[in-house]
Design a protein. Structure first.
Length: 207
């Protein structure tokens, strides 16, 4: 994401003296109402484990080689997704790009981690309490972002490439600003849980 106002001008080396660069801050990206957006079914959403052939396709995903994601037609932001996010994720059927799989991932991840992620989120949120703003990159189900907001961070943004995860996250944590990404310069950030904070009011805080 590299939002820029249409009338914003950048200072270029060699520009004539006296030409001041614009101080207009970049515009915030729009925040979709993910809860109201109807997402298309991906292939795992159309399968039934009661049918042997379809159940076998699920099993092959878990036990076989990692497969590339198949994006269904009409998926929001499909054309802007970096290619690396279309690789398989933990051998989940279609990665994080289906309704069924992402709901199970959001609810089951903490159970598999036996509470360790909840404790880690509490420590992180306590460390960043008092920050002016935070960005959760690769937010998944939004629980790290929610922990930061609960710690008193007044402005929390969260991005994830999967609109399916964003829909679950926005439904569970409506006070967080969820946007789809990374794209543009943000595509250089890793697609896992990372927190980037605005240190203008907490210059002593470092991760």
């Amino acid at each position: 994401m590299d939002p820029q106002l249409p009338d914003q001008k950048r200072h270029r080396p060699g520009a004539r003296a006296g030409h001041a660069a614009s101080t207009t801050p970049p515009a915030d990206p729009p925040v979709p109402d993910w809860r109201a957006i109807e997402l298309p079914d991906a292939w795992p959403d159309r399968l039934s484990v009661r049918r042997p052939a379809e159940a076998w396709r699920w099993i092959r995903c878990f036990l076989g080689a990692r497969q590339r994601v198949e994006l269904p037609p009409g998926l929001p932001g499909a054309g802007r997704l970096p290619r690396y996010v279309l690789q398989g994720f933990h051998n989940l059927p279609n990665g994080n790009f289906s309704k069924t799989v992402t709901r199970s991932y959001v609810t089951g991840f903490d159970r598999v981690m036996l509470g360790r992620m909840r404790a880690a989120r509490r420590r992180l949120a306590g460390y960043l309490a008092g920050s002016r703003a935070a960005l959760d990159v690769g937010t998944g189900g939004g629980r790290t972002a929610a922990a930061l907001r609960a710690s008193g961070v007044p402005e929390v943004w969260a991005i994830d490439p999967s609109p399916y995860l964003l829909k679950h996250a926005a439904s569970d944590h409506p006070d967080i600003r969820f946007v789809q990404g990374p794209e543009g310069r943000m595509s250089r950030l890793p697609s896992y849980y990372t927190t980037v904070i605005d240190r203008r009011e907490r210059p002593d805080r470092r991760l």
